[in-house]
Design a protein. Structure first.
Ligand code: NAP
Length: 294
């Protein structure tokens, strides 16, 4: 088994970004990320705190904007308008999910695409699909970086993606479909409507599991030597842990670790890449601004 160590890759990329951020700052364009949290969901709060801490460590400017759960959609839209025209801000991140009285689509569409560092705006999604320069969504982009880091051949590979969400399944399938490197794969997307999941996973050279359900992929479903990318993050009850649960992915890691040629652990695989690619997009946005200003 070859473990794909997301922490190590993330740390390497962050070192490169730190240098770029310092150069940009010296030129008067310190990369800046605005993180907006509406409400007080504990999981969202801890994600937001992690993003802000990462910005500090890397020399990025971060603006922490926390608003009560009662914030109206109009108030949030006008906050986005302000951030869109603020020169200190190169990336705008609205932490999802939003309270149910706010239409997330309207909110995402209000972010100017040049600051859409999450890559969720329809313009960014469309450009990604067309293979044009844009901001790639962070988790799938992180997966691409991990495949690249290990020199895993994607051209001509049979890739099976399990899950079709807008933030993981659909974009990673699209990226690997592009006629470029890494990419050029033959991609199948599976979901709960798929009739015979195992018939697809069995012939895959690369499986990307993003179902959000433990043990979605077990050893009997995988061919010898397949590459396994586990995106899932699931809490399972565990009395031996102080917090009462442990984190597991979507694949049976223990059952698969000898059969797979490469496998990502959970935690420590795809997870550390997500925030790193957010910082990557923020630095890229500042770089684009700096180049345009010349
Ligand atoms: P999601 O929106 O809930 O989508 C899950 C997808 O998996 C859906 O398309 C669903 O099919 C499909 N699915 C569920 N059970 C299945 C099964 N038994 N067989 C086949 N397909 C199945 O989830 P998501 O946002 O993409 O996230 C997926 C997982 O990745 C979650 O555990 C999430 O926490 C994790 N995640 C991790 C990171 C990270 O940074 N590490 C980032 C994002 C997400 P239908 O469409 O038919 O319902």
């Amino acid at each position: 088994m070859n473990l794909i160590d997301g922490k190590a890759t993330a740390a390497r990329i962050r070192e490169e970004l730190k240098e770029k951020a310092a150069l940009l700052t010296a030129k008067g364009v310190q990369p800046g990320l605005a993180v907006v949290l509406i409400g007080d969901d504990p999981a969202s709060r801890s994600y937001v705190t992690a993003k802000e801490r990462a910005c500090d460590e890397m020399g990025l400017y971060s603006r922490d904007i926390r608003k009560p759960a009662e914030t109206t959609e109009e108030e949030l839209l006008s906050l986005i308008d302000e951030l869109n025209s603020d020169d200190a801000i190169h990336g705008i991140l609205i932490q999802l999910p939003l309270p149910s009285h706010i239409d997330s689509d309207r909110v995402i569409e209000r972010i100017i695409p040049t600051k859409d560092v999450d890559g969720f705006h329809p313009v960014s999604v469309g450009k990604m699909m067309l293979g044009q320069e844009t901001f790639l969504p962070c988790t799938p982009h992180g997966i691409i970086k991990l495949l690249e880091e290990k020199n895993i051949e994607t051209s001509g590979a049979e890739v099976v993606v399990v899950g079709r969400s807008n933030i993981v399944g659909k974009p990673i399938a699209n990226m690997l479909l592009q006629k470029c490197h890494p990419g050029n794969s033959t991609v199948t997307i599976c979901h709960t409507g798929t009739k015979d999941l195992i018939s697809h996973t069995k012939r895959a050279d690369i499986i990307i599991a993003a179902a959000g359900r433990p043990d979605t992929i077990t050893a009997d479903m995988v061919k010898e030597g397949a590459v396994i990318i586990d995106v899932g993050v699931n809490r399972v009850p565990d009395d031996t842990k102080k917090r009462g649960y442990r984190l597991v992915g979507d694949v049976d890691f223990e059952g698969l670790k000898e059969k797979a040629s490469y496998i990502t652990p959970v935690p420590g695989g795809v997870g550390p890449m997500t925030i790193t690619m957010l910082l990557y997009n923020t630095v890229l946005s500042a770089e684009r601004r700096s180049n345009n200003a010349l």
